[in-house]
Design a protein around this ligand. Structure first.
Ligand SMILES: Nc1nc2c(c(=O)[nH]1)N[C@H]1C(S)=C(S)[C@@H](COP(=O)(O)OP(=O)(O)OC[C@H]3O[C@@H](n4cnc5c(=O)[nH]c(N)nc54)[C@H](O)[C@@H]3O)O[C@H]1N2
Ligand SMILES: Nc1nc2c(c(=O)[nH]1)N[C@H]1C(S)=C(S)[C@@H](COP(=O)(O)OP(=O)(O)OC[C@H]3O[C@@H](n4cnc5c(=O)[nH]c(N)nc54)[C@H](O)[C@@H]3O)O[C@H]1N2
Ligand code: SF4
Ligand SMILES: [Mo]
Length: 715
C-alpha cells in the first residue's frame, strides 16, 4: 500500500461521513462562506425556512464581514432559485453555439463523457484532454481537490491558472518571498492610504469600509488609476496615470525618498538586500523623467513621495489592475519595495497589501494528489497549457491537439482574452466540450454536454481568503436544486465511470474538509476544527502589534535571504533584471501600433457583477444598463463623437459596437468599458474580450487584459 493510500484509509476511517440531507427545522440559520473571487471571503448566515433559503446575511460576529455584504450576495436567493438554472444534465441537439439541448440522466451523461475520454486517450493520449477551471467557486474543495486528482490520474494536460493574479504573485514572491500583507482591519488606523490600481468600492468592500474609517480619523486617501473609479472619486487625490507605467512612478518615488533621506536606515540595514544597488538604480529616475512616462506632473510625484515618506502609517493597497500589462510582474515587484525603504512594515497600519493567500497552511498535495500523474517516455509530466492563451491552445496546439475540454468554475467564452479565437476553438466540430455550471453561460452554449452545478448553500466547503487571515467554513443549508451536483461529486462519479481505482476517489467531502489544513502548523496552534465548526471562522496566528497582524515588522521575509530583496538573485538567474525596473507595456508602449490604434482600452469590472457571474440576474444587471465606452472629451472631440453616439471600438483582433459616454472620469487617451456583461447583451454587438490580447506578462505568464490598443470611430 502506498504512502497516500495509507494516509487516506486511516483518515477516512476516522471521520463520520455525513449524509446529505438538510435539517427540516422550520426556521434556522446555517453558517456559510462566500465562494466568490473576492478578497473579502465574507462569513455568511443562511436563513432557511422549511428547507428554503430565504435570506443571506453577513455574519456580525466575523470582524472582517462586520454584518455587511455586497449587493450581489445579499440577493443570493435570486441566483440560487433563478428560473434559468441548469437543473439536469443536457446533451447538445443543435449546432455548437446555438444552446439547443435535450435533458439526459446523470448516468447517461457520465457514460458519454467517459466513453469519449477513453477513445480520445486511446487515439491521441491523455494530454489531448484539457481541464479549464478558475475561481467561480473559491472553496478549497470545489476549487481544487477531487477535480485535480481526477485529471492527474488521467494524465491530462495541466492548466496554468494565470488569468488573474500570477504576474503579481510572482512579483511579490521574488521581493517579499510570501503572499502576505497588511491586516485589512488595520487600514482603519492608517494616516495615508494609496489605492494603487484598485477600486475597492467595487471589488473589496470590506477594505473600503476601513478606508472610510481612516478618512474620518483624518487619513489622506490617494488613488493611482487611469480611470476615476467609484473609489478614486472618493479619495482626496486622483492621480490619472498612463496605463502600465506604475513601475516608473514607484522608481521616481524611491528617487525622492533616497534624495531627501526619507528612509528607515535601521530597517534597511537589518531587513533588506541590495540597497546600494537600488540607490544606483533610482538615481536617474527623477520625478521629471517619470512625469514623461506616467503623464503625471513632476510636482505631483514629489508631493506623493513626500507624503509617503513622512509617515510610517502609510499603506499601499495595490491590486491586480497594474499587473494586467506586459510589465505587470515587475511593476508589482517595484511597488512592493517601497514599504521596506520607509520602514512602514513596522507599523500595523503601514505596509502593503496585495494578497494574503500565502498565509494558509493548506494540505495541497493531499487534496490534489500530483503524485497520481505519471511521466511520459521522456520522463516529463503532462504538458502545461496557459489558460490566458486558450484561443491559441484550441486552434493551434499540436502533438496532440486538444480534443476534449472540461470546463468548470469558469466561463472562458466571456472571460478569456482574444475571444474570437476562443470562440473559433469552441466551435470546432472535433472538440468535445463538457461544461459544468449553474447556468447556460456563453461557454455552455458551445458544450456537447452540460452538467448542473450546485450553488454555495447547496454544498459543504472550507475556505481560505486572499484579503484577510481567516479560515471560514461553509455548511450546506438546503438540498441541491434539481439534479445539480457539487464539483467534488461530479469528479468522484466520473472517476468511477473511467474505472479509476485509487481509494482517493472514494473520499468524502467531509474527510477532505477536515484535512484541508495542516492543523499541526504553527499558525493553527491551539486551534481546532471543532472551534471552527462552532464559530464558522477562525484567525490564523501571526505576529501582531496593536492587535493587528504585522507580517514583516521584524523582517522574516520568505525570500532565500530572509530579507526584502531589492536585488533578486532568483530574477538574475532567470535572465531578468535583478533590480526593480520599468518594463513598458506591450501594446501601450508600441509606437507603431499607437499610430493605428491610438487609444488604450481599460476594462475593469462593474460593481454588480463578479467577472461574468451575476450578469444574468436581472435585478443586479439593471442598474448597469447596456455596456458603454467612456471617452475623454478631447478624444471624443477629435473623432467628432457626441454623447450617446453609436461607436465602433476596434483593433486587429475584433470589434465591439456600443454607445459612447463622454466623461473626464477616464484619462485622455484611455477608453474605458466596465465589463461583466455576457455576450450578445442588448444594446451592444461584439464583446469586450474580442479586443483583448493573449500576450503574457513578463513574470508569471499572466494575462494582459488592460494592455490593449484600440481605435474608436462612429459605427
Ligand atoms: N464587484 C466585483 N468585485 C470583484 C470582481 C468583479 O468582477 N466584480 N472581480 C474580482 C476579481 S477576480 C479580482 S482579480 C479583483 C480585482 O480587483 P482589483 O484589481 O482591485 O480590480 P478593480 O477593482 O477593477 O480595480 C482595477 C483598477 O485598476 C485600474 N487600472 C487599469 N490599468 C491600470 C494601470 O496600468 N495602472 C493602475 N494604477 N491602474 C490601472 C482600473 O481602471 C481599475 O479601476 O476583484 C474581485 N472583486
Ligand atoms: N476584459 C476583462 N476580462 C477579464 C477581467 C477583466 O478585468 N477585464 N478579469 C479577469 C479576471 S481577474 C478573472 S479572475 C477572470 C474570471 O474568470 P472566471 O473565474 O471564469 O469567472 P466567472 O466569469 O465568474 O466564471 C465563473 C463561472 O463558474 C460558475 N460557477 C460558480 N460556482 C460554481 C461551482 O461551484 N461549480 C461549477 N462547476 N461552476 C461554478 C459560474 O456560474 C460562472 O459561470 O476573468 C478575467 N477576464
Ligand atoms: S462577493 Fe465579496 S463582499 Fe460580496 S459577499 Fe462575497 S466576499 Fe463579501
Ligand atoms: Mo481575478
Amino acid at each position: 500500500m502506498g504512502k497516500w493510500q495509507r494516509a487516506l484509509n486511516g483518515k477516512i476511517n476516522d471521520v463520520n461521513i455525513t449524509t446529505n440531507t438538510a435539517p427540516s427545522l422550520e426556521t434556522h440559520v446555517v453558517k456559510g462562506a462566500c465562494p466568490h473571487d473576492c478578497p473579502d471571503t465574507c462569513a455568511l448566515e443562511y436563513h432557511v425556512t422549511n428547507g428554503k433559503l430565504i435570506e443571506v446575511k453577513g455574519s456580525a460576529s466575523h470582524s472582517v464581514t462586520a454584518g455587511v455584504l455586497c449587493t450581489k450576495v445579499a440577493k443570493y436567493p435570486l441566483r440560487t432559485y433563478h428560473p434559468t438554472r441548469v437543473k439536469t444534465p443536457l446533451k447538445r441537439v443543435g449546432n455548437k453555439g446555438e444552446a439547443k439541448f435535450a435533458p439526459i440522466s446523470w448516468d447517461e451523461a457520465l457514460a458519454m463523457v467517459a466513453t469519449k475520454f477513453k477513445s480520445i486517450i486511446a487515439e491521441h493520449g491523455a494530454e489531448a484532454i484539457l481541464p479549464y477551471s478558475y475561481a467561480g467557486n473559491m472553496g478549497i474543495l470545489q476549487y481544487s481537490s477531487m477535480d485535480r486528482r481526477f485529471f492527474h490520474a488521467l494524465g491530462a494536460s495541466q492548466l496554468e491558472r494565470t488569468i488573474c493574479s500570477s504576474a503579481g504573485a510572482a512579483g511579490l514572491q521574488v521581493t517579499l518571498g510570501s503572499r502576505l500583507g497588511t491586516d485589512v482591519e488595520a487600514f482603519a488606523h492608517s494616516e495615508l492610504i494609496i489605492l494603487w490600481g484598485t477600486n475597492p468600492i467595487t471589488s473589496n468592500l470590506h477594505l473600503w469600509s476601513r478606508c472610510q474609517e481612516a478618512k474620518r480619523r483624518g487619513a489622506k486617501l490617494i488613488a493611482i488609476d487611469p480611470y476615476k473609479s467609484l473609489s478614486a472619486e472618493k479619495c482626496h487625490k486622483w492621480l490619472a496615470i498612463k496605463p502600465g507605467t506604475d513601475a516608473a512612478l514607484a522608481l521616481a518615488m524611491m528617487h525622492v525618498l533616497v534624495r531627501d533621506d526619507l528612509l528607515d536606515h535601521g530597517y534597511i540595514a537589518n531587513h533588506t538586500l541590495g540597497f546600494s544597488e537600488l540607490k544606483e538604480r533610482v538615481r536617474d529616475w527623477t520625478p521629471e523623467r517619470a512625469a514623461q512616462v506616467c503623464g503625471i506632473a513632476a510636482n505631483e510625484i514629489e508631493t506623493l513621495a513626500n507624503a509617503y515618506g513622512s509617515t510610517k502609517k502609510a499603506v499601499i493597497r495595490l491590486n491586480y489592475g497594474m499587473q494586467r500589462h506586459g510589465g505587470g510582474g515587475m511593476a508589482v515587484r517595484t511597488v512592493a519595495c517601497l514599504p521596506a525603504l520607509t520602514g512602514a512594515w513596522t507599523e500595523a497600519s503601514g505596509g502593503l497589501l496585495l494578497s494574503t493567500s500565502g498565509a494558509f497552511p493548506i494540505n495541497t498535495a493531499y487534496l490534489e494528489r500530483p503524485d497520481l500523474m505519471s511521466c511520459n517516455a521522456n520522463g516529463e509530466l503532462p504538458r502545461m497549457v496557459n489558460m490566458s492563451a486558450l484561443g491559441d491552445a484550441l486552434t493551434a496546439l499540436n502533438a496532440p491537439p486538444i480534443k476534449a475540454m472540461f470546463v468548470y468554475n469558469s466561463n472562458p467564452a466571456a472571460v478569456a482574452p482574444d475571444g474570437n479565437k476562443v470562440l473559433a476553438g469552441l466551435a470546432r466540430e472535433d472538440l468535445f466540450t463538457v461544461v459544468h455550471d449553474i447556468f447556460v453561460t456563453d461557454t455552455a452554449r458551445f458544450a456537447d454536454i452540460v452538467l448542473p452545478a450546485t450553488t454555495q448553500p447547496e454544498h459543504d466547503d472550507i475556505h481560505r481568503a486572499y484579503g484577510h487571515y481567516d479560515i471560514t467554513l461553509n455548511r450546506r443549508a438546503i438540498d441541491p436544486i434539481g439534479k445539480s451536483l457539487a464539483n467534488t461529486e461530479v469528479f468522484r462519479r466520473l472517476a468511477k465511470a473511467m474505472n479509476l481505482s485509487d481509494p482517493c476517489f472514494d473520499e468524502s467531502d467531509e474527510s477532505m474538509i477536515r484535512q484541508a489544513f495542516d492543523w499541526s502548523h504553527k499558525t493553527l496552534s491551539g486551534q481546532s476544527f471543532e472551534a471552527l465548526e462552532s464559530d464558522g471562522f477562525l484567525r490564523l496566528k501571526y505576529p501582531k502589534k496593536d492587535g493587528f497582524i504585522t507580517p514583516f515588522a521584524n523582517g522574516e521575509f520568505g525570500t532565500p535571504s530572509g530579507k526584502c530583496e531589492f536585488y533578486s538573485e532568483a530574477l538574475a538567474k532567470h535572465g531578468f533584471d535583478p533590480l526593480p525596473t520599468y518594463t513598458p507595456p506591450h501594446e501601450y508602449g508600441d509606437a507603431n501600433l499607437a499610430a493605428k490604434f491610438p487609444l488604450a482600452l481599460n476594462t475593469p469590472p462593474a460593481r454588480n457583477f463578479m467577472n461574468s457571474t451575476f450578469a444574468n440576474i436581472e435585478e443586479l444587471a439593471k442598474p448597469h444598463g447596456a455596456p458603454t465606452v467612456q471617452l475623454h472629451p478631447a478624444d471624443a472631440h477629435a473623432r467628432n463623437l457626441r454623447e450617446g453616439a453609436r461607436v465602433r471600438v476596434w483593433n486587429a483582433r475584433g470589434e465591439m459596437k456600443l454607445a459612447a459616454t463622454i466623461t473626464e472620469d477616464t484619462r485622455e487617451g484611455v477608453a474605458t468599458i466596465l465589463w461583466g456583461h455576457w455576450r450578445n447583451h442588448p444594446g451592444a454587438e461584439g464583446f469586450v474580450n474580442d479586443l483583448t490580447s493573449q500576450a503574457l506578462t513578463d513574470l508569471g505568464g499572466g494575462a494582459t487584459f488592460y494592455d490593449c490598443r484600440v481605435e474608436v470611430s462612429i459605427a
